[in-house]
Design a protein around this ligand. Structure first.
Ligand SMILES: [Zn+2]
Length: 203
């Protein structure tokens, strides 16, 4: 998964988030790049883009606010949630989400579920009187079919030694696997696949 970083300047300092109970999905109710959201939200008097991620129709994923900060997207829930915005208007005219955008949404949500295993995936309208993310938004598809929890190198090592072979030096192996995971190396995905043969990729 590729997250495109931004070079936004934020107005004021962004507050750190201490809990993540929800991953909240939004639609943009329109089109345009990530920067135009940032500029629009600055104009609202906010610190800048209120979402943590923005997924365009072509599937590209942009970072908004840093993942560990409080967003500005769902009144009353910003301190305990991560906000994802999907380009398009899934209430009025976009009746089918492009596959690239859907796949990226699933991938990002899987990744976030790994980071925040206790967080529930919700729609903006679950918390506020709004149509967002819209009547045509494929919520079940984007949220339910991607439940793959990120496994730690420790868990992988345990499963591997149970299922496949004896590991003489689990500590060294865990260190190597941790490094491979950090570097997103094929070795990590290779071992992950040994443990989870039906999954092609973790996130
Ligand atoms: Zn919304």
């Amino acid at each position: 998964m590729n997250i495109i970083e931004n070079d936004f300047s934020w107005k004021g300092s962004l507050e750190k988030r201490t809990a993540t109970d929800h991953i909240i999905l939004h639609h943009r109710a329109g089109e345009g790049d990530a920067k135009s959201i940032h500029q629009g939200h600055l104009k609202n008097g906010w610190s800048g883009m209120g979402y943590h991620f923005y997924i365009r129709k072509d599937g590209s994923i942009f970072r908004g606010r840093p993942i560990d900060t409080v967003g500005a997207h769902t009144l009353g829930k910003n301190a305990v949630s991560v906000g994802i915005c999907f380009e398009g208007n899934y209430h009025d005219y976009d009746k089918k989400m492009p596959k690239a955008q859907l796949d990226s949404g699933k991938e990002l949500i899987s990744y976030l579920r790994g980071l925040f295993p206790d967080a529930q995936v919700k729609r903006h309208c679950d918390f506020q009187a709004t149509a967002c993310p819209g009547q045509y938004f494929p919520f079940d598809e984007v949220s339910a079919s991607s439940i793959v929890l990120l496994e730690t190198p420790e868990e992988i090592t345990k499963e591997l030694s149970k299922k496949h072979f004896n590991i003489d030096d689990p500590r060294g192996f865990i260190l190597a696997l941790t490094k491979a995971k950090k570097e997103n190396s094929p070795m990590y995905w290779g071992y992950y696949k040994l443990v989870n043969p039906t999954k092609n990729r973790l996130v």
